[in-house]
Design a protein around this ligand. Structure first.
Ligand SMILES: Nc1nc2c(c(=O)[nH]1)N[C@H]1C(S)=C(S)[C@@H](COP(=O)(O)OP(=O)(O)OC[C@H]3O[C@@H](n4cnc5c(=O)[nH]c(N)nc54)[C@H](O)[C@@H]3O)O[C@H]1N2
Ligand SMILES: Nc1nc2c(c(=O)[nH]1)N[C@H]1C(S)=C(S)[C@@H](COP(=O)(O)OP(=O)(O)OC[C@H]3O[C@@H](n4cnc5c(=O)[nH]c(N)nc54)[C@H](O)[C@@H]3O)O[C@H]1N2
Ligand code: SF4
Ligand SMILES: [Mo]
Length: 874
């Protein structure tokens, strides 16, 4: 049987995956990132290979078109816009989900040939603050450590990082190491997340107060005699200014943490030599993101704990190729191969290497400004690729307005999304499993993504699409690529071009790989110098990419988030991820198994706030910000701080009436990195009393003024509905139901205001085609939705007929969370039962009885939570 070794297309851990001929997927035991492990998302990859919703042909103005016609039109529109308004009237918006080869071509086309810096990417929303912080401290955007450091550390500090859910396999490696060596774990996050379940100390700090916490730590390091003076002297500059900026801060007041907890963290940090500080979006997505990054790095420089086993600041990348994007210089303020716009020699070097006719001479617009410029008409043609900004950008409604107003919007994607819905030209891109190229993970390791199937329909890889457009714009000689290996070799050669060691990113050793060598390339960590072996940790003995080779301490002054909780908007809205969904759900939303963990969009709030507002668990709650409002289900949990709420970022218009939560989110940016503060928007809440609950099985027509969420299941699409306006009068309700069901057929119906039961079945050829069930009185609840879904397509016999003609008792409403262990399909109720029945007291015991938590392990935190809720363990 032939097997394909490739890389998971989700998070920046970059796990190796083996795909068998029958398309089953397992972890690659030989891949150094995961050594055979996969998380729930990786394990479910096969289930997302559903082709039914794929974009199959190019579309122009909503109608199918051929590639020639579409490519010609894109080239013509770009050329015309440039001729009429100049190169800065054109923009690309790309993605950390590009392969490196796609990314390289996009950057070269924009910065070398179109002649503008206006290419930015979703990495602006993700890694920009880290990039800026690294450059300020190290002179270059470098992650110094390797994954083994997580296992060799004695203390791991996780800052603004829900690692258990967002980097699950790395987290499992950490937890395994902890079982062996007793690694201490400190989590710094305003919320109590699943990650905290494995922590020795959780510091639920006030949002945005990290700079104060780490500045205080720097001061503590100095005051307690823990400065590594020899190393500081030899390898750094600027300590005294950083210390000065760190003085006079009342850390306890700013962070609103108990002084004893702060002390405990500081003591642990100074007394432990092997410390890794991991950080991600709680740090980056902040109006002080770059300062947060530097405040953390300062503490590692002050102790000389960098680049040695088990030590260092460690930014974990989010997307599978966030790091590759940084290598090619995909952000508007980067050039290419870690070269910079602020050095004219760099610009000239890249120009000569590319033989570029119209080299961009200055940075372009960063994402938030870029879309603002589209909206105010300065940018007249935009090409969006491998990202869904109509759902993932802050102030998403303004982004939509911008796209509606823009004369030329081209979108390359694999599925229909909120963004493709606004495009003039849609180009079908090849997807994971069809694409061929490389990605780089959080520890600088380059891995191959290899195809194991032909592209669906007419879909083509992004590098091909862009090269074809470049050719049609007259630059065929510069874009002659026939396969990804051609592009990779050029990228590797540029990294080594006139590189005398001044740029650490150098993969010159890979520039002369043969096609076969590229095909067979094992995972390799950069730098890879000509003739050299793969490298390990960096900076233990200095060697920073600054003119004097020394790292720089950066003085960081604390400032609060831009949004303030005030009378009109007393809450702070935080946003982020859940365990089983990936961003805007275009792929993970296809797998019923991944919907089981959390199946509806929700808002977490503290019991105290819930009580004050009269909101119960599962109730509807309206969240309102200056930008927009949305109605979500409440999830009441004391894991939230009082006055703060959290909503997942995932649901879009394609899944729920609430649409993307980014409609509500502020666009305030960090002044250095331009990264928006996606974690802090002032909001107000109000209860939305529910008058009825409904279930619709089948496709549903969108309907304003009701809450609904689509839940893909094995049996079909289920829509959970809730209404806060009265149902239509009995004589109008059938017509209302018709509009929701929106399809022809024979009807069975119950319209019974007395029991509050309204039931409609659409029958086609004697089989159940769709059904709508409404319950307006809780004494007459809805049937179990899985049972209903299982009936779709079935012949309607007497028993089924009775459901739609008389009202009977049935199972009660589903709780918001259901399946806990996705790997073995174990649900909450089974677990409770097993705990009660077997007097179980630990996750391990549950695992023995039910297998739950024994495969990927990502549900272990929840098992513990259930044990805690049942008060089995303290
Ligand atoms: N399951 C899943 N995994 C993913 C992804 C996914 O969509 N789904 N996406 C991937 C991508 S692209 C990324 S970027 C990563 C993101 O990975 P993470 O950064 O771990 O994820 P988030 O949930 O966005 O945010 C992390 C935490 O920051 C906290 N936070 C908010 N404000 C503050 C603050 O002021 N200070 C501190 N210290 N913490 C704060 C939030 O409460 C949240 O728990 O995940 C990657 N992995
Ligand atoms: N409120 C809030 N907003 C956030 C965040 C947050 O924490 N809170 N996090 C931010 C972060 S860190 C990130 S990374 C972004 C992610 O936001 P997005 O990048 O917008 O999210 P995705 O759903 O991953 O979008 C990727 C798109 O590319 C398509 N696609 C997949 N593979 C390919 C391919 O090979 N080629 C092409 N052309 N298309 C492909 C997918 O179908 C999908 O539509 O969201 C950001 N937005
Ligand atoms: S940890 Fe990340 S890379 Fe690994 S399987 Fe899970 S989503 Fe994929
Ligand atoms: Mo990200």
């Amino acid at each position: 049987m032939t097997e394909t070794k490739t890389t998971c297309p989700y998070c920046g851990v970059g796990c190796g995956v083996v795909v068998a001929e029958d398309r089953t997927v397992r972890g690659d035991g030989a891949h150094p990132a995961n050594r055979g492990r996969l998380c729930s998302k990786g394990s479910a990859l096969a289930e997302t290979l559903d082709d039914s919703g794929r974009l199959r042909t190019p579309m122009i103005g909503g109608g199918a078109a051929g590639w020639d016609e579409a490519l010609e039109l894109v080239a013509q529109r770009l050329a015309e816009t440039i001729a009429e308004h100049g190169p800065d009237a054109v923009a690309f918006y790309g993605s950390g989900q590009f392969l490196t080869e796609d990314y390289y071509v996009a950057n070269k086309l924009m910065k070398g040939f179109i002649g503008s810096g206006n290419i930015d990417t979703n990495s602006r929303l993700c890694m920009a603050s880290t990039v800026a912080g690294h450059v300020r401290a190290f002179g270059e955007d470098i992650v110094p450590g390797v994954y083994e450091d997580w296992e060799e550390a004695d203390l791991v500090v996780l800052v603004g990082s829900n690692t258990a859910w967002c980097h699950p396999v790395l987290f499992q490696r950490l937890v395994a190491a902890r079982a062996e060596r007793g690694t201490r774990i400190v989590v710094i996050d305003p919320r109590r997340t699943a990650t905290c379940d494995s922590a020795d100390l959780h510091l639920p700090l006030a949002p945005g107060s990290d700079v104060a916490l780490f500045a205080g730590l720097l001061k503590h390091i100095a005051e307690t005699g823990h400065l590594n003076e020899g190393w500081i002297e030899a390898h750094t500059n600027g300590l005294s200014a950083a210390l000065e900026a760190a003085s006079g801060l009342d850390v306890a007041r700013i962070t609103r943490l108990p002084a004893a907890d702060i002390q405990a963290f500081y003591d642990l940090f100074v007394s432990t030599e092997r410390v890794v500080t991991v950080f991600s979006q709680g740090v980056n997505q902040s109006s002080a993101g770059t300062d947060k990054v530097n405040a953390i790095i300062n503490c590692h420089l002050a102790t000389g704990r960098i680049g040695r086993p088990g030590m260092g600041p460690f930014s974990v990348t989010g997307q599978p190729n966030a790091m590759g994007g940084r290598e090619v210089g995909g952000l508007a303020n980067q050039l290419a191969a870690h070269m910079n716009f602020d050095r004219p020699a760099d610009i000239d070097r890249v120009r000569r290497f590319w033989q570029a006719p119209s080299m961009a001479l200055r940075p372009g617009l960063k994402a938030v400004d870029l879309f603002d410029s589209v909206r105010d008409g300065r940018i007249k043609a935009i090409w969006i690729m491998a990202t869904n900004p109509a759902a993932s950008m802050p102030r998403a409604e303004l982004v939509r307005e911008a796209l509606k107003a823009c004369p030329t919007v081209v979108v390359s994607d694999c599925w229909v999304t909120d963004t493709t819905a606004l495009a003039d030209i849609v180009l079908p891109a090849a997807s994971w499993g069809e694409k061929d190229g490389t990605v780089t993970n959080s520890e600088r390791r380059i891995s191959r993504q290899r195809p194991f199937r032909a592209p669906v329909g007419e879909a083509r890889p992004d590098w091909w699409i862009m090269s074809e457009v470049a050719r049609r714009m007259g630059w065929a000689d510069a874009f002659p690529y026939v396969k990804p290996a051609d592009i990779f070799r050029e990228h590797a050669a540029l990294s080594a071009f006139e590189n005398d060691g001044g740029r650490i990113f150098d993969i010159g050793g890979l520039a002369s790989l043969s096609d076969n060598g590229y095909d067979a390339m094992p995972p390799v960590r950069w730098p890879v110098l000509a003739g050299g072996r793969e490298s390990g940790r960096l900076f233990a003995d200095g060697g920073f990419a600054t003119p004097d080779g020394k790292a720089r301490f950066v003085p960081t002054a604390w400032r609060p988030p831009v949004a303030r909780q005030e009378r009109r908007y007393p809450f702070m809205l935080n946003t982020g991820r859940i365990r089983d969904q990936w961003h805007t759900m275009t792929r993970t939303g296809l797998a019923p198994r991944l919907m089981a963990h959390r199946d509806e969009p929700y808002l977490e709030l503290h019991p105290h706030d819930a009580m004050k507002l009269g909101i119960g668990d599962g109730d509807l709650v309206r969240v309102q910000t200056v930008h927009a409002d949305a109605v979500l289900r409440a999830l009441v949990t004391d894991g939230q701080r009082i006055g703060e709420v959290f909503a997942p970022m995932h649901w879009t218009d394609r899944f729920a009436s609430a649409g993307p939560v980014d409609r509500l989110v502020s666009g305030a940016c960090d002044p250095v990195s331009g990264q928006p503060e996606l974690k802090a928007t002032a909001a107000r809440l109000s209860p939305v009393p529910t008058l009825w609950r409904g279930l619709l099985v089948g496709e549903m027509r969108r309907h304003d003024g009701i809450y609904h969420a689509r839940i893909p299941t094995e049996a079909g699409q289920i829509h959970e509905m809730r209404g806060w306006q009265p149902l239509p009068a009995p004589e109008g309700v059938a017509e209302w139901a018709d509009r929701l069901i929106g399809r022809a057929g024979q009807r069975l119906e119950v319209i019974d205001p007395l029991t509050g039961a309204y039931r409609f079945a659409n029958i086609v050829d004697g089989r159940l085609d769709a059904c709508l069930m409404i319950s307006a009185k809780s004494r007459y609840p809805l049937p179990d939705r899985a049972d209903l879904a299982a009936m779709i397509g079935a012949r309607i016999g007497e028993a089924e007929r009775a459901i739609f003609t008389t009202v009977r008792e049935a199972a009660d409403a589903q709780p918001v969370r259901k399946t806990v262990c996705v790997c073995f399909g174990v649900d909450h109720a089974q677990i409770e039962q097993a705990i009660r029945g077997g007097r179980l007291t630990s996750a391990a015991e549950i695992g023995k009885v039910l297998k739950a938590g024994t495969n990927c392990g990502s549900c272990i935190p929840e098992l513990k939570e259930i044990l805690r809720e049942m008060q089995v363990v303290a």
